[in-house]
Design a protein. Structure first.
Length: 367
């Protein structure tokens, strides 16, 4: 059975007055039930909790204060999940509420726990209904929007498809006779290479065209086919699960999917600093897959600790090389930068042999 992750955004699910579009919610639930009947395992990533909470609290204009947004989410999460439970009930399907923060996916142990729990929920025949836990999230609701969350959930589960449902039937590019809908976007296409027309919506959501394209790029790099299509039309999600072409489809590269650890490191673990390397070290990392030794380091930025993720970049603000788990703290890296291994042992007798081990490093997408 293949996993399909569908994301339903606030611009589709909530109208301009902050009211839940009951008909849209019920229709998309029916589509997910159809996906189950096709023999696949659907997961729903839903927005709308904050918008529902604002509507229930009678707040017309979305507030800017984080505490107000989190309070609205606390009210809206219950309202939203209750409606999903009611919509799934006539079909004999049990939904399961899963609330995540970026911290849940950044820590390796909780990332694996989330994957195990979601996998068990699918095995039990439920439809996981995933949302960001806005009530406890920090850094201004940290995933940024649920497009990113949906892409990370798709990668986490090794999904076959990610369907980003919006209020349009795909992405449009400028053409000689006006906007033209894009069909397939080839593997390796960079977001900045797409000259896209702006997307409109209800104003209830946080995501937009840039977020969807970036999330599609993330998903395809993780081996997931991503489709951006209409959340207002019936049958779109089952059509994707049946292999039909709808909306705008981002095709993943033909290479093998990366190991789960490296996918986690690339997409879920935030970098807390940067390590700058010389040209020889950059070539060795890119071409030979070596570990990063102190002799190839020219400096570092940030105040990271051993075990934190760091970006590896070329010297003097050059391009990205990759991302890895630091085996040393920033203070230790500064102390041994440019030193050969025997000099590192003399200066820091207890230091590890590498700044970053090759098994805990992943190349940048353009590396």
């Amino acid at each position: 059975m293949a996993v399909l992750v569908a994301k339903l955004g606030s611009s589709t699910l909530v109208d301009r007055e902050g009211r839940l579009r009951e008909g849209v919610l019920e229709a998309r639930v029916r589509d997910l039930v159809r996906v189950r009947r096709l023999g696949h395992q659907p997961v729903l990533v839903t927005s709308g909790a904050i918008a529902c909470g604002l509507g229930r609290l009678g707040i017309a204009q979305p507030p800017s204060a984080l505490a107000d947004l989190q309070a609205a989410s606390a009210v809206g999460q219950g309202v939203l999940f209750q409606r999903y439970s009611e919509a799934f009930a006539p079909h004999g399907v049990v939904p399961a509420q899963v609330l995540l923060t970026s911290a849940d996916l950044a820590a390796r142990t909780s990332y694996l726990n989330a994957r195990t729990t979601l996998g068990r929920l699918l095995d039990l025949g439920t439809v996981p209904v995933v949302n960001e836990n806005d009530t406890t999230a920090t850094d201004e609701l940290t995933f940024g929007d649920n497009d990113v969350l949906a892409a990370q959930v798709a990668i986490l589960l090794g999904a076959t498809w990610l369907v980003l449902l919006t209020d349009r039937d795909g992405l449009y590019a400028s053409g000689p006779n006006g906007p033209e809908r894009l069909g397939d976007v080839p593997a390796g296409t960079r977001p900045q290479d797409l000259a896209l027309a702006p997307m409109s919506g209800s104003g209830a959501g946080r995501g937009g065209i840039a977020s969807k394209v970036a999330s599609a790029a993330m998903a395809t790099e993780g081996g997931v086919t991503c489709v951006i299509a209409s959340g207002l039309e019936d049958g779109v999600v089952p059509a994707v699960a049946s292999g039909n072409h709808v909306g705008t489809r981002f095709v993943p590269p033909a290479r093998r999917r990366e190991p789960a650890f490296k996918l986690w490191l690339r997409y879920a673990k935030p970098a807390l600093g940067r390590v700058r390397v010389d040209d020889g070290a950059a070539r060795a990392l890119r071409e030979r897959g070596t570990s990063l030794l102190a002799v190839g380091v020219v400096g570092c930025d940030g105040d990271f600790q051993a075990g934190d993720a760091v970006e590896v970049v070329e010297r003097d603000g050059g391009g990205p090389v990759g991302k890895g788990i630091a085996a040393m703290s920033a203070e230790e890296v500064r102390a041994v930068a440019g030193l050969k291994s025997e000099e590192v042992r003399r200066r820091l007798p207890d230091a590890p042999a590498e700044v970053i081990h090759r098994d805990q490093f992943v190349l940048a997408s353009n590396g």
